[in-house]
Design a protein around this ligand. Structure first.
Ligand SMILES: Nc1nc2c(c(=O)[nH]1)N[C@H]1C(S)=C(S)[C@@H](COP(=O)(O)O)O[C@H]1N2
Ligand SMILES: [Mo]
Length: 419
């Protein structure tokens, strides 16, 4: 397991970005020089972030990422709970070989705590289990629809899914360990290891202690997805689930939690996942999910263009809408490419398990009808949440291509009468 040995950990994200430590003393300086050489050597295979040229199509490298990291087939929006295998997948490096040692997997909790913990799966399962239905979305969803296009995983709109996650509330584990008064963040480390933009690292992310210990949303250390052990690609045997936050926060293959007295400055926190306009812009951190509505594609598709084909008459339009800020309170639908909008119905959900009578951090159903007439049409749906956030009609561009919740446009061809 690459990420677990000492050498790999030494090269973790924290050193490159935050780590000017060990500057004192010749030996440390030598080590630092070697480390710098290591980084510049890796730049040969790991290029800096960039934005595509105006005429540049999707590259083989982007295609390779798209083939590894699949989205939700949009017709699967029909399921409130995404069936296994249809939930989107995003893996920065390799799926680690965690199956071999799942039985003796240990989660360590340390750093600025009074009592460091080392918990195996049996110990974790002995806490009262909690299940939350959560809609998860990749922060890069919508990236490939941006102009100019940030070169990375080229999602259109399909990087989303909803699962029932079962595990132990993170706040229970942190209460057990006891945070020292100076602890400000919790840093989560996964067992996967790779190199990104020249920086060798274990996948690591942090949460402010306030968010890590909140009761709504309640962060989970999860060992089950939809009532079964986590599949390898979703973090087997253990992952973090942070309801309402974009996917990058939900650290998979979780092996260590460390409380820190200073904010974490690792790669996935300080370099990646920031809303920046230029490379030297510090930017704001990517956190909660912006609202989005998606439609179950109506009719039937053309194989290549995915254009939808329908027959004239009344057509049921239906989909799902979500937001990580507040409950979705309004969904509007346009059948004339955004010229006019009418409100869709928001029926009560099938699985009321939240405080306000529904799964608070999961998507909800919307539906309406449309009288299709022969010709071409563009359909769209737009969600608004209780905090007043909505979806833009012009792209919210940033260099990383994060949080692009521009409304979806679905091309529909309605056949002539009597066909
Ligand atoms: N250890 C680890 N955790 C990770 C990632 C990763 O590459 N390694 N990817 C993150 C990102 S960017 C997303 S969008 C979600 C995807 O979760 P899923 O594949 O279960 O849908 O996992 C997050 N957790
Ligand atoms: Mo992501």
């Amino acid at each position: 397991m690459g990420g677990r040995d000492g050498e790999a950990h030494e090269a973790g994200g924290q050193r490159e970005v935050g780590g000017q430590a060990n500057e004192a003393g010749g030996q440390a300086r030598e080590a630092h020089k070697t480390h710098e050489a290591h980084i510049s050597a890796l730049r040969a295979v790991s290029a800096p972030a960039r934005v595509a040229e105006p005429v540049e199509g999707i590259s083989q490298e982007e295609l390779a990422l798209a083939a590894r990291n699949h989205g939700l087939p949009l017709e699967a929006l029909r399921y409130d709970l995404t069936p296994p295998g249809l939930h989107y997948v995003l893996v920065h490096y390799d799926i680690p070989d965690a199956d071999a040692d799942a039985d003796d997997w240990t989660l360590t909790v340390g750093g600025r705590v009074r009592t460091p913990l080392s918990l195996d799966m049996t110990a974790l399962r002995s806490f009262p289990p909690v299940t939350h239905r959560v809609t998860m979305e990749c922060a890069g969803n919508g990236r490939a629809r941006l102009t100019p296009r940030p070169v990375s995983q080229p999602w259109l709109v399909e990087a989303v899914g909803t699962a029932d996650w079962t595990g132990v509330p993170l706040r229970t584990l942190l209460a057990e360990a006891g945070a020292e008064p100076d602890a400000v963040e919790a840093v989560f480390t996964g067992a996967d290891h790779g190199v990104e933009r020249g920086v060798e690292q274990d996948y690591q992310r942090s949460l402010p202690l306030e968010d890590a210990t909140a009761d709504d949303p309640e962060v989970l250390v999860a060992y089950e997805m939809n009532g079964a052990p986590l599949p390898p690609q979703h973090g087997h045997p253990l992952r973090l689930v942070v309801p309402g936050w974009y996917g990058m926060a939900h650290v998979k293959w979780l092996r260590d939690i460390a409380l820190t007295s200073t904010p974490f400055t690792g790669f996935q926190q300080a370099v990646a996942y920031r809303y920046r306009q230029s490379p030297d812009d510090l930017g704001d951190p990517v956190t909660r999910i912006s609202p989005r509505a998606l439609m179950i594609p109506p009719g039937f598709p053309d194989f290549m263009s995915r254009t939808r084909v329908v027959r004239p008459g009344t057509i049921k339009l239906e989909g799902r809408a979500w937001s990580g800020h507040a409950p979705v309170t309004k969904v509007e639908v346009s059948t004339d490419d955004g010229e006019s909008w009418q409100e869709a119905e928001l029926p009560l959900p099938e699985n009321p398990d939240g405080k306000d009578g529904r799964a608070r951090w999961a998507w909800r159903t919307w539906r309406t009808t449309w009288r299709a007439t022969p010709g071409t049409h563009v359909l769209s749906a737009r969600a608004t949440d209780a905090a007043g956030h909505s979806q833009p009609l012009t792209q919210p561009w940033n260099r990383g291509g994060f949080g692009n919740n521009l409304v979806q446009r679905i091309a529909v061809f309605c056949l002539p009468q009597g066909d």
